[in-house]
Each structure stands twice: as structure tokens, then as C-alpha cells.
Design a protein around this ligand. Structure first.
Ligand code: 6V0
Length: 333
């Protein structure tokens, strides 16, 4: 009783701080990896989970709630009704049909667009000031779809894009060089997936341009070897899917990393899917989302870094942009 009185006495009731609320739509492998990483990194005061399957949803929420004694205090709520997301600062969309072994991301498109027609307008209605972070595949096209369906400014609609591809790229380079991946700066840009572009000219280790060193120290670092590494990055998603059926941990960490930058206004530069019209020769009338290094903060996309690309890299980027744009046109949004 005395303890309870003491606790009650020091509970401030009047001036409650504004809480940070994050919603995760879709509590599959990816949504839950993201939610648990956000929890362990203490990035939100409240997490709202939404899924179409009520039992699975409640089960996932309870399972996380039962870890409360070991985690920073975070309120967890869940519902199949999108109203539970009301007042979100950030909504992360992972709902979708999962890529099945061998299926290209583009094949998923039509299935996921009809799903987005249910999810996005409801999210926008309940949280008109939120940032939207799209993870479902094909992520670049679905980010465009979310932008159109939400009516939000492009600066508040972001796709996780090649943030994950870039981390796979950094990991593979770090393994080659036997250094820590955090000391490797390297960007994959363009489409998340098969046509992503490895920006070799941007690769640096501890701030030192690394491509020349790589080519001098490893005589095998010719064009083919570089393309081999890029392909290994692209194939790594397919490899994980064929081995365990889905990917989850790396995308969980990669998205939580974006959440930290956005909600804490870190102004870090991440390769994420943004409205890329006009960049690197992408036609001015082509509304298309693909990944470019973008400066992110509490307002969403604060700017896009004009990185130097070789003519070949820029050509690849424009080719991806054209394919993505053509696909977006088919949707009639
Ligand atoms: P999953 O485990 O099948 O989870 C999807 C979840 O969405 C399920 O729990 C469904 O019940 C739920 N869902 C379906 N319809 C609705 C709806 N209308 N409202 C709410 N929830 C719904 O798939 P997983 O979690 O493995 O993958 C989710 C998505 O992320 C897929 O589109 C993947 O392709 C994509 N990924 C994107 C990555 C990226 O880098 N952008 C990386 C990995 C996966």
C-alpha cells in the first residue's frame, strides 16, 4: 500500500509529454521484425499493430507485451480496424502478399495494389500529418501508389528502397576487405531489386575512396568482378528466401534505422525510394519513385543528394526509371 501510494504520489498526471506513435501495418515476418527492433531500440512510446488476421495479430501483440519487463516502456495496441493507428507520427506498411520462391517482385504488383486501396486512404484519414514508410514489394511502385492514394506531399512518402540492398553491399565489401561494415560507405541506388545500380565511384572505407585500392590490391577486381558483387547483392534476397522462405532480420534493422533518423530528426543520408523526377536525366514528366541518397529528418525527405554517376550508371538508372514508370502508368492512378 505504502509503495503504491508512493508511486501514485510521483505519477505526473497534468503535463503529459506528447508521445511518439508508430503504426506497423502487416504483422508478418517483416512487420514483426521491424516492430521488435523499434521496441528494443526504444524509438516509440506507442506502437499500433494492424493485420487482417485477428488471431495472429493478437498473438503477436501479446507475445511482445509479455517481454515488457525486459524492454523500455512502450504501449502496444492492435486491431484489424485502421482506426487504431489514429494520430500516428509514422506508419510503416509491410502488408502484402509475400514473394514466393522464384517470383519476381513485379509479379506481386497487382495483388498488392488492391490491398493498398484498402490500407492507404484509411491511414491518411486517421493520421493526416504522418510520415508513410512503405516496405511491401515491389516497393518503388507501391511507394508511388501510396503517394497517389494518400494525397500526401512526396516528402512524406518514402520507400525503404535500396537501404537494405546498400547494407548487403556494405556487408559483402566489408567481408572482401576484412573490415567493419560500418566503416564501409557504399550505395546501391535505383530500383530495389533486380536492376539496382551499385555506385562504385561512391565506395569508400573510413572516408578513403576504395575502388582504386581494391583494383590495385585485388588484381581480379575487373568490371566482371564488380558486376559479380552487384549481382551477389541482388541474389542475396533470393538466396535467403529460397533457404528460409522469407527475409526478416536485415529488413527489420534497416527499417528501424530509418525510423530513428526520421523520428529523431537525425538528417542522415539514406538511399531510399523518393520521387526521382528530373534527377540524373529522368524525364520531367515521369513521376517515378526509386532510390537515391536522401537526407531524412522529422519532416521526411529534406533533400536529395546529387551524386556523381558514371554515364553507364546513369543510363542504368534511367532504364529502371522508364520500366518503373511504364508499370505505374498501367495502374491508372
Ligand atoms: P507475410 O509474412 O506474408 O506478412 C504479410 C502480412 O500482411 C500478413 O500477416 C497478412 O495477414 C497481412 N495482410 C494482408 N492483407 C492485409 C490487410 N488488408 N491489412 C492488414 N494486413 C494485411 O510477408 P512478409 O512479412 O514476409 O513480407 C511482407 C512484405 O514485405 C512483402 O511484400 C515482401 O515482399 C516485402 N519485403 C520488402 C523488403 C524490402 O526491402 N522492401 C524486404 C523484405 C520483404
Amino acid at each position: 500500500r505504502a509503495v503504491a501510494d508512493g508511486v501514485a504520489a510521483c505519477t505526473p498526471t497534468a503535463h503529459r509529454q506528447r508521445l511518439t506513435k508508430v503504426s506497423v501495418i502487416g504483422v508478418g515476418n517483416v512487420g514483426m521484425a521491424i516492430a521488435q527492433t523499434i521496441l528494443t531500440r526504444d524509438l516509440a512510446d506507442e506502437i499500433a499493430l494492424v493485420d487482417a488476421l485477428p488471431d495472429k495479430l493478437r498473438g503477436e501483440m501479446l507475445d511482445l507485451q509479455h517481454a515488457a519487463a525486459f524492454l523500455p516502456r512502450t504501449r502496444l495496441v492492435s486491431d484489424t480496424d485502421m482506426a487504431v493507428t489514429k494520430g500516428s507520427d509514422l506508419a510503416i506498411v509491410t502488408a502484402g502478399a509475400r514473394q514466393i520462391p522464384g517470383e519476381t517482385r513485379l509479379n506481386l504488383l497487382q495483388r498488392n495494389v488492391s490491398l493498398f486501396r484498402k490500407i492507404i486512404p484509411a491511414l491518411a484519414e486517421h493520421s493526416p500529418e504522418a510520415l508513410l514508410l512503405i516496405v511491401s514489394n515491389p516497393v518503388d511502385i507501391l511507394t508511388y501508389v501510396a503517394w497517389k492514394l494518400s494525397g500526401f506531399p512526396a516528402s512524406r512518402v518514402i520507400g525503404s528502397g535500396t537501404n537494405l540492398d546498400s547494407s548487403r553491399f556494405r556487408f559483402l565489401l566489408a567481408e572482401h576487405l576484412d573490415v567493419n561494415a560500418q566503416d564501409v560507405q557504399a550505395y546501391m541506388v535505383g530500383e530495389h531489386g533486380d536492376s539496382s545500380v551499385a555506385v562504385w565511384s561512391s565506395v569508400s572505407v573510413a572516408g578513403m575512396p576504395a575502388l582504386k585500392t581494391l583494383q590495385q590490391s585485388h588484381s581480379s577486381f575487373n568490371e566482371d568482378a564488380l558486376e559479380g558483387i552487384r549481382k551477389a547483392v541482388v541474389d542475396s534476397a533470393y538466396e535467403v528466401i529460397s533457404l528460409k522462405g522469407y527475409t526478416s532480420w536485415a529488413i527489420g534493422y534497416s527499417v528501424a534505422n530509418l525510423v530513428a533518423t526520421l523520428l529523431r530528426d537525425q538528417r542522415r543520408i539514406h538511399p531510399v525510394s523518393v520521387l526521382a523526377t528530373g534527377f540524373h536525366g529522368i524525364a520531367d514528366d515521369h513521376e517515378v519513385f526509386l532510390s537515391l541518397p536522401a537526407r531524412l529528418g522529422r519532416g521526411g525527405v529534406l533533400g536529395v543528394a546529387e551524386m556523381e554517376l558514371t554515364e553507364e550508371e546513369a543510363k542504368r538508372l534511367r532504364r529502371s526509371a522508364k520500366t518503373l514508370w511504364e508499370n505505374c502508368q498501367l495502374l491508372g492512378l
